[in-house]
Design a binder for this molecule. Structure first.
Ligand SMILES: [Zn+2]
Ligand SMILES: [Zn+2]
Length: 112
């Protein structure tokens, strides 16, 4: 049986397209970067092909973590499932970023 792989455009890691839970990966488990290969409006292939940077974690209704990517060329946003072996340090860094860099002082909540 031949295992399909792709090469990460950022760190060069060779990645099997299936994660340990059998889901299909759309990003690198090490640096979490992706490639703009799918048109997220039509669901068909996109001819962009540029690197997509992970910018945030979203939690959909029903729980779980979803990774939000933004294309470095055309700024398209896409979401993808977090895999069981994704780099947990990078995931947590993304998740705490809004709280670590608030646009207003958090001290105000100390009195609540
Ligand atoms: Zn990578
Ligand atoms: Zn793009």
């Amino acid at each position: 049986m031949r295992t399909e792989t792709f090469t990460c455009v950022r760190c060069g890691l060779t990645v099997g397209v299936l994660d340990p839970s059998g889901g299909r990966r759309d990003h690198c488990p090490s640096c979490l970067h992706s490639r703009h290969l799918r048109d997220h409006v039509t669901g068909g292939p996109a001819d962009c092909g540029a690197r997509m940077t992970p910018i945030a974690i979203a939690v959909p209704r029903g729980g779980g973590w979803t990774l939000v990517h933004r294309c470095t060329a055309c700024a398209t946003l896409s979401t993808g499932q977090v895999a069981p072996d994704d780099n947990q340090l990078v995931l947590v860094r993304l998740a705490v970023r809004p709280i670590a860099q608030p646009p207003f002082p958090l001290e105000a909540f100390g009195d609540l």
